[in-house]
Design a protein around this ligand. Sequence first.
Ligand code: GRG
Length: 305
Amino acid sequence: MAPKSNVLIDPDFDLKTYLTSLTREVDAALDRYLPKATVKPATLHKAMRYSLFAGGKRLRPALCMAAAEACGGNRAQAMPLACAVECIHTYSLIHDDLPAMDNDDFRRGKPTCHKVFGEATAILAGDALLTHAFEIAAQCRGWRRYGHKDVILELAQSAGSQYLVGGQVADLEAEGKKVTQPQLRFIHERKTSALLCCATRLGGMSANCNRSQLNALTDFGFYVGLAFQVIDDILDVTQSSEQLGKTAGKDEAVGKATYPAIIGLEKSRKTAADLTRRAYKALDGFHGRVQPLRALADYLLKREK
Ligand code: GRG
């Protein structure tokens, strides 16, 4: 049963249509930003494109765009930053799937990058996607309140040793060990929440948001990110590999620290709903069009893959 968030969603707002049009625009933009598959070395560019266009849900770009729109901005201003974050996210998935890390054969319903292109090319495709994110951001025109320095710093910190990479290290080190809830929260804040929060903040920044809007978007992204990972842990236990497009049940098999393992499924569902409520609360008093952000948080809580 999907967790309840008890928040009213405007029945006139159609998230499915919103996400469909947004995904189409993001895919077109990523296609423009990435070197064509024929550009030398073609194997590398094919591998980058293989993973980038393997059918990801584009949740980070969606949060980025929705945050921009909430602050009166538009998709065009947010697009490069949304694409930069998606490149970083895809790099992290390619590397996470490698034999040295999670060792997975399937991702986004397809064989993983290293299964198709070999380990060396997969490592390099991940490296190149990470680097490309900064190239995309550096080529932006810049924004009134936030310069390139702010944007690059935001991306670098979220992807760096204290957040995405640090979270992955803490996650690997916790495998097979008894982990407390605060330790698990530390991992989730870093390996998952930081990049979702970064996407949300960058969306606001692309729209020249003010300080109080940025603070609200930070809290919103942070809590949505935490809820997202709790749900991800739940889905690993409750869904099939076909449904998820990746190997289900792996967390338990490798002794990974997860919420269901520590507090059980029911309490995990409640935790995800509580975190989502906190995300909504962050938007209380927000001056702007927050309906897409609210609907996204609700969708992430209730998602089934
Ligand atoms: C290798 C530096 C490095 C980090 C890896 C991404 C990651 C950190 C680990 C993968 C496993 C995991 C549980 C990550 C947390 C974030 C997460 C649930 C990613 C999957 O995101 P979705 O569901 O994926 O948005 P799609 O494929 O839809 O884009």
